[in-house]
Design a protein around this ligand. Structure first.
Ligand SMILES: Nc1ncnc2c1ncn2[C@@H]1O[C@H](COP(=O)(O)OP(=O)(O)O)[C@@H](O)[C@H]1O
Ligand SMILES: CC(=O)OP(=O)(O)O
Ligand SMILES: [Mg+2]
Length: 390
């Protein structure tokens, strides 16, 4: 079946027309750096500068116009927050759209743009079914001790406070890709999956199931991200609020949009940060050091939780492309049996024909892998399956 997959991230829209029976991309396009002054459209080998005047709905319109003649048989949208209710690929009806809207405040960088994209796509392709696939679904297996916050039970229940986790579409895809690459049964593998895009999260995957993940009730917890702070002592926020420095909306803006790499280095583009750090910029060097330090903390914590690790995987924009970040995250992990091979790491290049590559030394017990993120393929396949097609 021919499925058009639209993946709205916090800094990009990725899209692909997928032949689900053969797992092939028939056409693909993406707009990256949305919200900055150098938004760019990539279509095959062609790159077009879109500049600063483009927001996400306009980017989606550009993409939809290019796909209209391809007549997709279904459209699938990535929706980041599915709350308690959405665990399976779901046909988008008015009532489902209302439910997704209700979750918007829990994923303010994601659900509202995804909804805007869905409305544009419904208008452009009204005669085919539109589905949503949710980032939170893969983490529905989190055990209670990883799912709950140490707050009183009545508060958790009354206000629906719990951890959900995100990037699940890709963490699940990573687990399957690692198992296929190693020719092992996923049910026998312990994997730490590091999704390092504009948003970033680490997941501990035991036998193909998510058992812990660094993002929480919202996609703010955990790693240092493009524009998000990740873990911060909640006392800091109380202090800023109590002393009247920032109200709730200003805190939201600070933590979601002005922190992370952008807050530390002035940009959330890791390529630029690496260039400036190499030229001696101290803020950029600190940003990289903090970014790597946080990832290493989670790798160590999840290795302990899993009782050992078979593979550590790096995926998404930074995980796939930055040999510097992969190297710095993988150094000094010999104590847990992970030995880096610097030359393989430096020369590594992922392609559609080689979506997984190893960069561990030959005598390493733990596999160090880079894995191409492919949310679009996973979403398209889930949609075909939901429609009873292949
Ligand atoms: N060659 C590269 N080296 C370092 N970082 C890169 C490279 N290519 C892309 N990135 C980084 O990947 C990040 C975007 O990742 P991506 O997975 O596309 O984000 P999202 O899907 O969350 O919008 C940006 O920080 C970008 O700078
Ligand atoms: C959940 C999330 O952070 O997604 P993204 O990395 O696309 O921003
Ligand atoms: Mg992404």
């Amino acid at each position: 079946m021919r499925v058009l997959a639209l993946n709205c991230g916090s800094s990009s829209v990725k899209s692909a027309l997928i032949d689900t029976a053969h797992g092939q991309r028939l056409q693909e396009m993406q707009v990256e750096n949305i919200g900055s002054d150098h938004a760019r459209l990539h279509a095959g080998d062609q790159v077009r500068e879109l500049g600063s005047g483009i927001d996400l709905p306009a980017a989606v319109d550009e993409l939809l116009a290019a796909y209209r003649s391809a007549s997709p048989e279904a459209v699938v949208h990535r929706v980041v927050h599915g709350g308690e209710g959405f665990r399976d690929p779901t046909l988008l009806t008015d009532s489902v759209l209302q439910d997704i809207e209700q979750l918007s405040h829990l994923a303010p960088l994601h659900n509202p743009p995804a909804l805007a994209a869905i409305h544009r796509a419904l208008a452009a392709l009204p005669d085919v079914p539109h589905f949503a696939v949710f980032d939170t679904a893969f983490h529905s297996t989190l055990p209670a001790h990883a799912r709950e916050y140490a707050l009183p039970g009545d508060i958790r229940q009354r206000f629906g406070i719990r951890r959900f986790g995100f990037h699940g579409i890709n963490h699940a895809h990573v687990a399957q890709s690692v198992a296929a690459y190693l020719k092992r049964d996923v049910s026998k593998l312990r994997i730490v999956s590091c999704h390092l895009g504009n948003g970033a999260s680490v997941t501990a995957i035991d036998g193909g199931r998510s058992v812990d993940t660094s993002m929480g009730m919202t996609p703010l917890e955990g790693l240092v991200m493009g524009t998000r702070a990740g873990d911060v002592d909640p006392g800091v926020l109380l202090q800023l609020r109590r002393e009247g420095h920032l109200d709730a909306d200003e805190l939201d803006d600070l933590l979601n949009k002005r922190s992370g790499l952008k807050g530390l280095a002035g940009t959330n583009d890791m390529r630029e940060i690496e260039r400036r750090a190499a030229a001696g910029d101290q803020d950029c060097e600190l940003a990289i050091a903090m970014y790597v330090h946080r990832i290493r903390k989670y790798i160590g914590a999840y290795a302990a939780e899993l009782g050992g690790v078979d593979a550590i995987a790096f995926t998404a924009g930074i995980g796939e492309h930055s040999s510097l970040i992969r190297r710095r995250c993988s150094e000094r992990l010999e104590f847990m049996g992970a030995l880096l091979d610097v030359a393989s790491n430096d020369s590594l290049k992922l392609t559609s024909d080689q979506p997984v590559a190893a960069f561990n030394a030959a005598d390493s017990r733990v596999h160090l892998l880079a894995v191409r993120a492919d949310e679009e393929l996973a979403m398209a396949r889930a949609t075909a399956a939901a429609l009873g097609r292949h």
